[in-house]
Ligand binder design. Structure first.
Ligand code: XIL
Length: 319
């Protein structure tokens, strides 16, 4: 039987998964399926700032390097995730900003150094970088992060310029959740993309995380949304797809879940701008969902024993 990656190769698209660094190191079944089913990988946590620079100036690239090596051995591309975010920042950084020991000018140079160091380290080995992650609120206003507060909105253009200087061939993305369809938040990204492109800022892609939940319904106007970014000459990608259900899961919920995965995949395959579709983990065994959303779970393609759920078949049949 064909694997997801064989079908994706034939369709000239990337089918990716987020990879849990600890599971990759310790679980041979997990490793085998990651290699067999996917032609793209994303570090679930290992490339985030708190992971790579836990103490100021002391870097730990262990898990990130391991994933990049794994990808290379297995003929997979890598999505870099993520350079500028309000979350999972190292404690030394947030504490330093809070107590005033890191001022604005220093913060800007710290950010520049972070982006340059990380992007250069993996130069030529990252297909797409999520340069900025989750920079807008639901209403389309800029997210009130330390970056906005300390540096103002120009940190976004700066981040893209610095990343581009460090690896001119990597495709540079903005990335967020709740932006599948046309809404205030996705429109803020559309307007920002137009503005950045007009200013000559190197931004090439719009990443749609795709964290859905069956109880909230399937988003409308996904095709229209992908099309408008495509019309700007931007790439699009689904970067973190999972579909959580209210627990306990049952056959009906898993059937609905399958149609949601398929709905996003079809939208990608039908859009000229979209050549990359990544799930945020492929097995419920290591999914982030139960840790973050109380009463929700079963969000991925395979159950905790790596058994294929209806969603797996839906993705396979869609490719
Ligand atoms: C999540 C990881 O899956 C968890 O393991 C971690 O504890 C928190 O972050 N949007 C993103 C991802 O861009 O980086 C997040 O990943 C999920 C939401």
């Amino acid at each position: 039987p064909a694997t997801l990656r064989a079908l994706a190769d034939r369709a000239h698209v990337k089918i990716g998964t987020a990879v849990d660094g600890t599971a990759l190191a310790e679980d041979a079944t997990y490793r085998r399926i990651t290699a067999r089913e996917f032609n793209s990988v994303t570090a679930e946590n290992a490339m985030k700032w708190e992971s790579v620079e836990p103490e100021r100036g002391e870097y730990d690239w262990t898990q990130a390097d391991e994933l990049v090596r794994f990808a290379h051995r297995n003929g997979q591309v890598v999505r870099g995730h993520t350079l500028v975010w309000h979350s999972q920042l190292p404690a030394w950084l947030t504490a330093g900003v809070a107590d005033g020991s890191i001022g604005k000018a220093e913060l800007r140079s710290i950010l520049r150094n972070h982006i340059t160091t990380e992007v250069k380290r993996y130069k030529g080995r990252i297909q797409q970088w999520d340069v900025v992650n989750e920079v807008f609120e639901e209403d389309g206003s800029y997210r009130n992060s330390i970056w906005l507060q300390q540096l103002g909105p120009s940190y976004i253009a700066d981040a893209f310029r610095w990343a581009h200087a460090a690896d001119p061939k990597a495709k540079l993305f903005m990335n967020d959740y709740n932006v599948e369809g046309v809404n205030a938040k996705s429109t803020a990204y559309y307007d920002l993309a137009k503005q950045l492109l007009a200013e000559g800022v190197p931004v090439q892609g719009f990443g749609i995380q795709g964290h859905l939940a069956t109880q909230y319904g399937f988003p409308g106007q996904v095709a229209e949304n992908l099309a408008r970014f495509g019309a700007l000459g931007m790439q699009t990608a689904f970067t973190e797809v999972d579909v959580r259900v209210l627990m306990p899961a049952d056959e009906a919920k898993l059937a609905t879940q399958a149609t949601y995965f398929r709905g996003l995949l079809d939208a990608c395959l039908n859009a000229r701008s979209c050549k990359s579709f990544t799930v945020w983990g492929f097995t419920d065994k290591y999914s982030w969902v139960p840790d973050v959303f109380p009463e929700e779970g079963a969000a991925t393609l395979m159950d905790e024993e790596f058994g294929r759920k209806p969603a797996y078949a839906a993705v396979r049949d869609g490719l």
